[in-house]
Ligand binder design. Structure first.
Ligand code: NAD
Length: 466
């Protein structure tokens, strides 16, 4: 573990490097983004092995959800010249002959704290934004995915100077040591409880934060759907990464008319995806720790299990499980599940589903399966969530042009694509005057000038009555 002195030394070194102005050069940022991409290509095998060692993550899923972060790098490289350009701002007539521009500038030294569930991607994706915006960064990957944490440290140490980007590995104590320091921004991904701790620590230094948190993301299923495709997309989004996905559908709200058919469809998909014994499937991950395994095993006591329910503590295996007949008071409907357990609730009128969602903290994602355009409009209009995906699950997080983040309890701020650049930038407003004209109406003595001011405030052409 790194001691307090060392952390403050790293920050000082990064501040000195930032002060040289090197990170402000767009060519430097592009070069570093290219290095990062190259490093991911070079370390592809090791990344796959690390995730397999951490929680048996299948190679395909590592490509689709971790190595996929290369797309974010490509997107940043392609757009960075546009993003870094100062933008012209309109100036009102009475400000003639001023001109105005908005300049994005880097914040300085930023801290990025990651979770264990997508342990590579959720450190690297914010880093792309931090580098693109011209910052220095300290990364703190999750200690619960130690192999991935090690590989991130190796990659960064090899391809970056510690004055620019460095990794500080460790657990809660290390995180707390980091949080006691002053940063120019803290980007945190994790649970709501720790999110509050991060915000409290940041408040002491008036450090701005981005909090990418979790919560219970509902999935509404109307009767006007293609059942087979709906079942397949829900099964995929729920059980990828063994359900340990912040935007996995947490629970289903299904129209009573199609509930039985949908559950049959999901059961069928589970067989197709993972066979009769998911425990033997190479395509199904494990639960990250014993503590999370025990927590999830307890949730299996709720409602009536219609598929799955088997566990194997020695492997931290929990079968993909569907639970019917749950009540809102059951723990499985009270806490974020974050595992391969899918409770199902039914509704007879969409109003019930909407009011249930609105009675709970605002979720990170909301899913709606329906071909009914009016219903789509209604759900969009009457609910609030970090994001929405209609007729699919999880895919919204892969579109770089869509800002990704929560609202209310599910988080503060967003990233991906330009939103990442914006998150790690300060937009500096600059107003420019010149010397060829200097109207005196704003200077004292004010005598005789008020009526003119009133005309400006009231709008040109509006009489002041004076
Ligand atoms: P977590 O909050 O337990 O830990 C996240 C990070 O915080 C880790 O690096 C950890 O070392 C550090 N940490 C833990 N306790 C701390 C403390 N007391 N003080 C300071 N730092 C501390 O989260 P997790 O279990 O790693 O991840 C799961 C949670 O993350 C879920 O709630 C999930 O929804 C959320 N999540 C959100 C997103 C998103 O993009 N919004 C993505 C993935 C995960």
């Amino acid at each position: 573990m790194i001691g307090e002195m060392v952390i403050s030394d790293i920050i000082r070194t990064q501040r000195d490097f930032f002060a040289t102005g090197k990170t402000k050069e767009v060519s430097f940022r592009i070069e570093k983004l290219k290095n990062l991409k190259q490093a991911i290509i070079e370390y592809e095998k090791e990344i796959i092995q690390a995730l397999k060692a951490d929680f048996h993550k299948p190679e395909f899923e590592t490509y689709a959800t971790e190595i996929f972060v290369r797309k974010e790098i490509d997107y940043a490289i392609k757009n960075i010249k546009n993003w870094t350009k100062p933008q012209k701002a309109a100036v009102p007539l009475e400000f003639f002959p001023y001109s105005a521009k908005i300049y994005p500038e880097p914040l300085g030294v930023v801290l990025i704290i990651g979770p264990w569930n997508y342990p590579f991607q959720l450190i690297i994706a914010p880093l792309v934004g931090a580098i693109a915006a011209g910052n220095c960064a300290i990364l703190k990957p999750s200690e619960l995915a130690p192999h991935t944490s090690n590989i991130i440290a190796e990659i960064i140490t090899k391809h970056f100077t510690s004055a620019h980007v460095t990794v500080v590995e460790g657990g809660v104590e290390t995180s707390q040591q980091l949080l006691s320091e002053k940063f120019d921004h803290i980007f945190f991904t994790g649970g709501t409880t720790v999110g509050k701790i991060v915000m409290e620590a940041a408040a002491k230094h008036l450090t701005p934060v981005t909090l990418e948190l979790g919560g219970k993301s509902p999935c509404i299923v109307d009767y006007d759907i293609d059942i087979e495709k709906t079942a397949r997309r829900i099964t995929w989004g729920k059980f990828i990464n063994a359900g340990q996905t912040c935007i996995a559908p947490d629970y289903l709200l299904v129209d009573k008319k199609i509930k039985t058919n949908l559950l049959d469809g999901i059961q069928q998909c589970l067989k197709e995806f993972y066979g009769d014994h998911p425990q033997n499937s190479p395509d199904y991950a494990r639960i990250i720790t014993q503590k999370h395994f025990d927590r999830l095993a307890n949730l299996l006591k709720n409602g009536k299990i219609c598929v799955g329910g088997e566990t194997n503590p020695s492997e931290r295996y929990i079968a993909p499980t569907l639970i019917d007949n749950v009540s809102l008071a059951d723990p499985v409907m009270q806490e974020e599940i974050f595992g391969p357990i899918l409770p199902v609730m039914e509704y007879t009128d969409i109003t019930e589903a909407i009011s249930l969602i609105n009675s709970r903290p605002k979720p990170l994602a909301l899913y709606l399966f329906s071909q009914n355009k009016n219903l789509q409009k209604r759900v969009l209009h009457e609910t609030s969530s970090g994001g929405v995906c209609i007729n699919d699950t999880v895919m919204q997080s892969g579109v770089s042009s869509l800002p990704f983040g929560g609202v209310g309890d599910s988080g503060i701020g967003s990233y991906h694509g330009q939103a990442s650049f914006d998150t790690f930038s300060h937009y500096k407003s600059v107003l420019h005057n010149s010397f060829w004209l200097d109207l005196k109406w704003r200077y004292a003595p004010y005598e005789g000038k008020l009526s003119f001011l009133k005309r400006i405030i009231g709008g040109w052409g509006v009489g002041s009555g004076e």
